[in-house]
Design a protein around this ligand. Sequence first.
Ligand code: NAP
Length: 329
Amino acid sequence: MEEINVKTAFITGVSGQDGAYLSKLLLMKGYRVIGITRSRHEENLENLKKLGIDNEVIIQECDLLDISSIISFINTYKPDEMYNLAAQSSVGLSFKQPIGTINFNIISVLNLLEAIRIIKPDVRLYQASSSEMYGKVSNLPVTINTPMHPLSPYAISKASAHWIVVNYRESYGLFACNGVLFNHESFLRSNGFFVKKVLQETVRNKDNSEWVLRVGSIDIKRDFGFSPNYVEAMWLMLQADNADDFIICSGKSITLRSIIEYVFEKLGVSKDKLVIDSDFMRPTDIEDIYGDNSPAKRILGWQYDLDFYQVLDILIEDELTLFTQNKSC
Ligand code: NAP
């Protein structure tokens, strides 16, 4: 009888935005998906539930700072691929919790690589790197060879993890890749991130005369994309003939102000509702950043051509649906 070869994938940070979309993608491709979380409580399964896949992912609790638990899970499930998405992922919070952010975001990656190197060096590893690593750039678009000048504890942690991955690939021949993703959004984005905050607050309060939207620097420009498309690039990176690092982005930047204005206009909210509040300013910030996605398109065959206003149309609809569902619960 012909043996069916089911691939097994580990996804750390499975409860996050990308973890949920990546789980869905891999399940559709026939993978057995082991979702790693720090804690298996109900709230952490919320995103998987929203995508209707909470019963299909095998959830395991694991502290990625404890290498012995990682080794034990690798021995149990013998994964073919590991997608490391777990991180303290907020730039703002990293200024308030620099030590925790740097400690977790670096040591967890080192533990995963060491565990793979020691017990299963044929595992293919994807590491969630970030465009924030490039920080203060003098030349745009950002390419994989742009010098890094990180401007936050989060960016520093991601830059260190990035180079650890490169080092393990070069030193030990591991199939380990960095996906350098620019900002990407969806209705699963955690509360507090800029686009989610604008959408959530505006949808909830558009008819409230007392409400104003408080934000920090909004004349900075960012390259934004759509999470369900970006997780496809993660999978493609681990199917390639050779391990390498790739920039994943839309290739265009827009100001945060134009995002707010677009959302306000679509939802019929006056511009007077916008308040600039110095409490939301960061100690340092990147003025403009966008990347070059042509190597990902050419080498991986990744396809992406959405502009961010198209993504915003989807997000506004999703946020309105979510709001209506929550009200009727
Ligand atoms: P997310 O929604 O914040 O999810 C990250 C997950 O990491 C959390 O759900 C959490 O899951 C886990 N985690 C483990 N240790 C943590 C800690 N110490 N503090 C906080 N969370 C911790 O992130 P995402 O948007 O899906 O992004 C996935 C990865 O891509 C992250 O590594 C992020 O830094 C990176 N990235 C994201 C973007 C973006 O625009 N979204 C851009 C570039 C890079 P449990 O609580 O279940 O363990």
